[in-house]
Design a protein around this ligand. Structure first.
Ligand code: RIB
Length: 301
């Protein structure tokens, strides 16, 4: 089995602010940092640090060449990333509040220049038994999911940011990994009622998507996996969070690395929870993602 992550690469500009800026307000930042990020890049790095061999496909402008260095350092294959001359790399402006939470403004840039031709070219190298990991920060996502399914690939989708345009491709997902906000948006978009409790929310998603395994992350309340009527819950590892950016991406990468390498859902959830717990104690997106060794040591404790 080969693993392909086809997704965004962003430059993250992180501003430390006392509270999230509101309309009409001018707010001074206490610090500024630049990190590598993008849900696609973060998840590829998490998959690689979790122990899988990963190929990444996507697009950057010339200003994003340093992101490819970050991939190489993590052992991610960059052969399917296109470098475009006439567009800048995608970026995110992230407000980072002292209580560890963030507010993200995205500019797609090169991520929105993924074409059907690039998709056809990349997917022609993959087939049955291979896995595709997707988020919602690149162009042509419905086409990509559809073509991957037609080639017999296993599709894992993190529908983030969630939007109604994703609804038709949800049944193509073998694995769906999302948070409570995205879950509520998804159920609302399908015209279903939205339960408040995590278990009921995961159950409602599994009922709406009978051929999909749903993994719902609940932050400090842990995570749930619903497959048909089967529901597994795992607690989060308690830590003091300094920056929650990329916690979901870290969970996604480590969880998928677990199940795609043949581990049980229960073990993969513990692996992913330990990884996400470490990531939130560190600033930044990709740089906060721990190694397999660090995560296994955390699981031993
Ligand atoms: O999930 C975190 C990521 O979301 C950040 O790295 C940012 O680039 C946005 O894509």
């Amino acid at each position: 089995m080969r693993v392909l992550c086809f997704g965004s690469l962003n430059i993250d500009y992180v501003y430390e602010i006392p509270h999230f800026a509101s309309g009409g307000e001018t707010l001074a930042a206490a610090s500024f940092q630049r990190f590598s990020g993008g849900k696609g890049l973060n998840q590829s790095i998490a998959l690689a640090r979790a122990g899988l061999e990963v190929r990444h496909a996507g697009a950057v402008g010339r200003d994003g060449l340093f992101l490819l260095e970050e991939f190489r350092a993590a052992g991610v294959d960059t052969g399917y990333v296109e470098v475009l001359e006439d567009v800048s790399t995608g970026h995110a402006m992230i407000q980072w509040a002292p209580y560890g939470e963030n507010c993200i403004l995205l500019y797609g840039g090169a991520n929105r220049r993924v074409t059907r031709e690039q998709i056809d070219r990349v997917l022609s190298d993959f087939g049955p038994g291979d896995a595709l990991v997707l988020q919602n920060e690149i162009s042509e996502l419905p086409y990509l999911a559809d073509r991957a399914k037609a080639r017999g690939m296993t599709v894992a989708l993190n529908p983030s940011p969630m939007e109604d345009g994703l609804l038709p491709l949800l049944p193509s997902a073998d694995w769906l990994l999302l948070n409570e906000v995205e879950a509520a948006q998804l159920l609302g978009g399908l015209g279903k009622s939205v339960p408040e409790a995590g278990e009921a929310l995961a159950g409602a998603l599994a009922e709406a998507l009978p051929s999909t395994a749903v993994v719902l992350t609940l932050g400090p309340q842990g995570s749930l996996c619903a497959q048909g009527r089967r529901l597994v819950r795992r607690e989060a590892v308690p830590v003091r969070a300094v920056d929650t950016t990329a916690a979901g991406d870290t969970y996604t990468g480590f969880f998928l690395a677990g199940v795609l390498s043949g581990q049980s859902v229960e073990w993969a959830m513990e692996y992913a929870s330990a990884a996400a717990a470490i990531a939130v104690t560190r600033p930044g997106a990709a740089p906060s993602i721990p190694s397999r060794g660090e995560v296994l040591a955390e699981m031993e404790r």
